[in-house]
Design a protein around this ligand. Sequence first.
Ligand code: PLP
Length: 222
Amino acid sequence: MGVAENLQLIKEKIPAHVTLVAVSKTKPDEAIMEAYRAGHRDFGENKVQDLAAKLERLPADIRWHMIGHLQSNKVKFLAPKVHMLHGVDSLKLLGVIDREAEKNNRVIDCLLQVRIALEETKFGLTEEDLMLLVRSDAFLEMNHVRIRGLMGMATYTENSNQIREEFRHLKRIFDRLKDSQYKNQDSFDQLSCGMSGDYALAIEEGSNLVRIGSLIFGARNY
Ligand SMILES: *Cc1c(COP(=O)(O)O)cnc(C)c1O
């Protein structure tokens, strides 16, 4: 089946309030354009160089999501146009994003990545570090980043109970922030979790932003 058909099938399965980011990493422009012609506008990449190059070549009304780990020294390549940065996991990185956004006269929407997987992973903030970050003076002085919500990745496992627990944990942290630090900020409303294998489960547990690649574009060969 083609990209447009795959997209259609997934869209029929997800509720209207859930944003679908089509993860096009490693995929050619032609595949992206097939989705684009079917009306899709949100695409995700996990490498700065690839995202920057595709952003140059492809239609200007595409909303590009940077879903991978972001290094401080590469923020400048994305700052002019990126729609949302999903993997923000340190105050230092946020500071760089704030400066680069200011240079471009814009506010960049960011999601803070939380470490929810029980498996060892390098990326993501612990809940404690997250709470310290959003309350810190340095963060509160930043005017060119807007925290739209949280992002998380579950453990790579077949155990759906474990995945469910990890998503639930993320949702609990999201709700706690929503009831405290972000009580009066309606724009704190995005919970990014769920991929090809676990998006239905993620939506059941409160996700409203799923990042789906292989189910739309087919398996990747690296
Ligand atoms: C690749 C990737 C996805 C999509 O993975 P699929 O299993 O192909 O849907 C989602 N999120 C992140 C952060 C990724 O790197």
